[in-house]
Ligand binder design. Sequence first.
Ligand code: EPU
Length: 431
Amino acid sequence: METIQIVGGTPLRGDVRVSGTKNGSLALLAASLLVPGESVIENLPDVSDVGTMIQILRSLGAKCDMVGPRTLRVNAARLSTCEAPEDLVRKMRASFHVAGPLLARLGEARVPRPGGCVIGSRPINYHLQGFGALGAEVSEEHGLVVMRASRLRGGRMFLHPRFRSVGATLNIMMAATLAEGTTVIENASRDPDVVDCARFLVACGAKISGIGGAAMKITGVPRLHGARFAASPDRMEAGTLLLAGAITQGDVTVRGVRVADLLLTLDALRSAASKIQTGRGWIRIQSEGRPKHFDVITAPFPGFPTDLHPLTVVLMSLAQGRSVMEETIFEARFNYVDELSRMGAQIQLKGNTAIVTGVPRLSGASVIAVDLRAGAALGLAGLAAEGETTVGGWEHVRRGYEDLDLKLRSLGAQLTESERPTARLRNVQSG
Ligand code: EPU
């Protein structure tokens, strides 16, 4: 288990640049399987989930070469199998993104069920219903989901309006690009990662309209061609660094961001009495004194992101008065609460709601991260805590944040790690 040690109490100050989006990159990489030729994806973040997705593409027969520090060339001209390897699929939920492209390209996809995870049960019923509506036969054998269709046909489908599933929108959209006829996805996700993936597919020759709207329309084409596309900035990383500024009562400018992707996050930070300034591609947060209490309800984009929930509760834990966090997306998002409570946070759980009574300061403790966002939240709590905090399970954080420890250190955080694995993408060999 990787650990980091933090000595809290230093307000973070300075400028920091965000990396490319983790979730958006995973979608772009999966989408490159639809192209019977070369695609080039730029601005990939150097995180272990991206490394896992590259391994999955290779296991399916795609050639992947790093042609720059953050640029991957994928050649998916010849796919050698429609079956994704279980050991890699089980490492991350997003591996199920390859199902739609494999089904559309090869007429069959065999992908292990990605399984539950620590933030909730995370079923795939919407994905499978979507493939069914496109004419695929779906069955399950020994934990392997088998999807078959000699030719996919366009269809109309309604996703659950409460969730507007990101993953199901991606999978159905990707499969529909090569289907016969037109597909309409009602209650499609408007998430920026879905929008980027749709734009990449359009650059590859797909016909998609309604991108970023409530209903997306995809008219199938016989084949796609390659394109070059850059992943957008990671808005969760940007939100994390801004929250780090607020939590430590510092002055942090985050650069390379898309301000429009973070509007509700900025609203929440303003409610907590942080001063926010924005410009083209940057956001500055200045916080002095204890934050004010504020309330948040998570929702699909453009709502408040569930991925920033645990980090926001750290800020609530330090606010004056009582704040409320209502989680509407993942039932087990609260898995960080016991650990944060060890640091002195006062959090009462009632169903899907956390009632947080702010305390003047948290105290350093030894805590364990069980998932990516929970880990980042505990790290941020350590920055504001009195004394030393040790966060175990930091490998979860490395799944999705590029060098979060180094970036926080560049802002003045006193933070050391027990071991530091060599960078991942920079060492990816050709193949
Ligand atoms: N859902 C179903 N059935 C389905 C699909 C989803 O019931 O077939 C439910 C889920 O259980 C959940 C809700 O719908 O309650 C929303 O799930 P969604 O499909 O939108 O999430 P996802 O695609 O599995 C992506 C991100 C998550 C992010 C969510 C919500 C990736 C790789 N993951 O997951 O990111 O929290 O959207 O925005 O894109 C993270 O980065 O830490 C992370 C968990």
